[in-house]
Design a protein around this ligand. Structure first.
Ligand SMILES: O=C(O)CCC(=O)C(=O)O
Ligand SMILES: [Fe+2]
Length: 204
């Protein structure tokens, strides 16, 4: 089994070489179970909101672009499951700052739920007023995900000026990290409920 430091290193290697990194089992199955339970609890509280794409007036229009429902996490949460996630994310930030001098000073992180038939069309994470987003991080929580469930993250990269599409399944425990400013990506239509926690590491 890889140590946490080895996991950080493999993510960084990917980011440096290709703009994105993927790490399986970044969260243990126990951590995934706790986070799934917490996710359900918070969803059932009824505070998730349909995600927007910027200005409030565009929520209607946003539905054609993205269909997820989200809830932002609070930095100071004392909930055990949320703390595990935030503390692991902070450990990654500390490692990135120490080894790559990224100057990350904050993070914004939300739960995201895509119901059947939902998607997030091709976009970049630094549109509009999303200032300071250096890296996007996505923690997936979906046990037993099958190819036919769809819902892959598609990342578009350039190789010798030719566009290449990387397809990544939202498997439980997997962390994907990519340069927010550089890479177009999308969530393809999901045919099963799809749960994740998405964050942005900020330098402002
Ligand atoms: O859930 C994913 O795989 C990607 C989500 C995404 O691109 C976003 O929330 O900006
Ligand atoms: Fe995105």
């Amino acid at each position: 089994m890889q140590s946490q430091e080895e996991k950080f290193e493999s993510l960084i290697e990917g980011i440096v070489a290709n703009g994105y990194g993927v790490c399986d089992d970044f969260l243990s199955s126990e951590e995934v179970t706790m986070l799934n339970a917490r996710f359900t609890e918070r969803f059932d509280d009824g505070n998730f909101k349909e995600a927007g794409i910027g200005k409030q007036s565009e929520v209607h229009q946003a539905k054609e672009i993205r269909g997820d429902k989200i809830l932002w996490l609070e930095n100071g949460t004392t909930n055990i499951a949320e703390r595990i996630l935030l503390d692991k994310n902070q450990a990654f930030i500390n490692y990135l700052n120490q080894t790559c001098y990224l100057g990350i000073v904050d993070a914004e992180i939300h739960f995201a739920k895509y119901d059947i038939g939902k998607f997030y069309r091709r976009h970049r994470d630094t549109f509009q007023a999303q200032k300071g987003r250096i890296l996007s991080v996505i923690y997936y929580l979906n046990n037993h995900w099958q190819t036919e469930n769809g819902g892959n993250l598609l990342i578009y990269t350039q190789e010798n000026n030719i566009e290449k599409t990387i397809s990544i399944a939202p498997l439980a425990g997997r962390l994907v990290c990519f340069q927010s400013e550089k890479l177009d990506h999308e969530v393809s239509e999901t045919f099963r409920e799809r749960l994740s926690i998405t964050g942005w590491l900020l330098n402002v």
